[in-house]
Design a protein around this ligand. Structure first.
Ligand SMILES: [Zn+2]
Ligand SMILES: [Zn+2]
Length: 194
């Protein structure tokens, strides 16, 4: 994979631009709610209306770890994990400690321990519980969407990068290298416990 042409958007703090994979060249857009998503200089006009990429659940190749924001991760699948290895371990330990998946690790319900075991008899109570769990998971995923930007803003401000300028992904990753992942996790945890 080559992402030397990819950038981080200074508005939504997500990755966009050309990413070159063995399987093809992808123009990834930044956050779907970002106001300047379709206004990037590097975006070919043909990418304005993107069809869903074959083999992907979302048109996304790379994302930054939702906790530390300091590592790029493969994404684009419903099963993609939102955290780098170090942060994922911390999140899983925390969820285990409190006994629920308060901090979701990805979009799929099964990744967060929610699913109906389909035996010959599925009780109505169990179905209701599962639906309640799913609703709560949806709310936590929304919360994670809010967090994504807050967490990365912290990085962005700490690097002293120009808040108005998009920056190359490689340069961003170099700038945030060495930031404490533990501190990032503590901020994430506090946000979810609020
Ligand atoms: Zn953006
Ligand atoms: Zn991380």
């Amino acid at each position: 994979m080559n992402y030397e042409d990819a950038k981080v958007c200074s508005s939504c703090l997500e990755i966009y631009g050309f990413i070159y994979l063995k399987s093809g060249i992808f123009y990834q857009k930044c956050n779907s709610k970002c106001p300047v998503r379709d206004l990037k200089e590097t975006m070919p006009i043909t990418e304005k209306e993107q069809a869903k990429w074959e083999g992907y659940d979302y048109n996304q190749v790379l994302t930054l770890c939702y906790c530390c924001g300091a590592e790029q991760l493969r994404s684009g699948s419903r099963w993609s994990v939102w955290f780098c290895e170090t942060c994922r371990k911390r999140v899983l330990e925390f969820n285990q400690e409190i006994g629920i998946s308060l901090i979701p690790i990805g979009r799929h319900s099964l990744m967060n321990g929610i699913g109906l075991e389909l035996g010959p008899v599925v009780s109505k109570i169990k179905i209701k519980e599962t639906f309640d769990d799913l609703r709560q998971l949806g709310a936590r995923i929304d919360r994670m969407d809010q967090w994504k930007k807050i967490g990365k803003s912290h990085n962005w401000l700490s690097t002293g990068l120009d808040p108005e300028q998009d920056i190359s992904l490689i340069k961003y990753l170099c700038s945030v290298k060495g930031f404490s992942k533990e501190d990032a996790f503590l901020r994430l945890r506090e946000f979810f416990l609020r």
